[in-house]
Design a protein around this ligand. Sequence first.
Ligand code: PLP
Length: 490
Amino acid sequence: MTPEEFERGAAQAAAFIAAYWSRLQNDPASLSVLSTSKPGEVLGALPDEPPVHGASNALLDELFGKQELDALLPGLTHWQHPNFYAYFPANISGPAVIGELLAAGLGVQGMLWATSPACTELEMRVLDWLAGMLGLPETFTHASGTGGGVIQGTASEAVLTALVAARHRAVRSCRGAGEKPHLTLYASTQAHSSLIKAAMIAGLADSPDDRTHVRLIDVDSELRMRPDALACAMQDDLAAGRTPFFVCATLGTTASTAIDPLREIAAAVRAHAADVPPWLHVDAAHAGAACVCPEFRPMLNGVEHADSFCVNPHKWLLTNFDCDAFFVRDKRALIDSMSITPEYLRNTASDAGAVTDFRDWHVPLGRRFRALKLWMVIRWYGLEGLRHHIRSHAALAAMFESLVRSDDRFEILAPRTLNLVCFALRANDAASKSLLDRINASGRAYLSHAVLPLESGPRFALRMAVGSPNTREEHVRETWRLIQHLADGA
Ligand code: PLP
């Protein structure tokens, strides 16, 4: 493909995307939110063998002219649809997509500062911006000289990285004390499954249910981690000669967006008797984005005591997947656990210790120029634009909550902290589940579910997470009417 052919093809791709976005905004009812594809249907429609001879320019005609790409649309679940309310959002935006295109087109691989200084230094600047925009303490910035942020693929990779750094620090501090320590880690029963997966990858759990090293702490009536239960669990382990080394607090749990009380958790961690307290990681994958608004920042109280913090701009901050911002207070602790320098990576700048090499901040060596898309987003929308984005969703979720409360067939099952409403048909889990199935089968909206451990027992909740950039008041009202209508037949 010549540069001229690329320009033509990219223009066709851009026109295709723009038409898709317009359709999502102006004619969303023409698309089923949840894919209607049956297992194997897309696979079966694709040729078994790759072409021996390339189609060259004819490919563009096949994709765009003969509408081959349109044929893929039924196989998509439309995450940017205004009536997509499932899971947490996976926001995209025009500036982010342009940034992604630029990153791909420039084609640099920023494993070392020396392999593209701009790739590293733009990332440092943008993550310092983001730290300030979220109200994180200066200690989490590169400007502090001691901490800083790095873009990882996902919050799952971030928690694995934090866990490995924590283990390294704990094992080193126990060195000389004789036996290998029996390490223990803590999170609430509502923490994301990526934590246990990280423990499995790190060799600290043989299976999701293995509790040799993992302690899942009880939650209170609002599904937040109980700091007193955390303190007791750490004390029990200490008394038994074990070494608490890692605590994960969640700001915005996946099931209900519960906000763990960070200040009290940090106090429990610091009260820990050992010389080196456990590493405190804060998983704010979804809810952290809301901290661009000062009114949502109280959740950060205590974050100054955290060792690491992560938030996914690829969830609720208009930056397309993948983009997890991972901040550490003490970069040495992280780098010590991840750094390895084979001869072929040595270079003058790294050897002089004068530069940041992000390969030492995460698992992969190679890395894309992901900072470009976040840079584009922040510059295009500005802090105020991003605040508006968050506030409008929180307000729509509040409106939806009041609609649910006004219909006494329904009940709210968990406090709404931001943009997620957990609700159900009164005391009837089977009917709630069947209602959810009918909403999703309608193709007109897509919600997901959670089972919440309430004091009265586990309850099936429908989750309505308002977070698509295309969602407006009329979409939320229309979805509520759909839910009410389908509930009539429950
Ligand atoms: N942490 C929380 C609280 C989440 O809700 C999620 C996903 O929804 C994750 C972690 C995992 O995110 P990722 O897909 O970036 O690994």
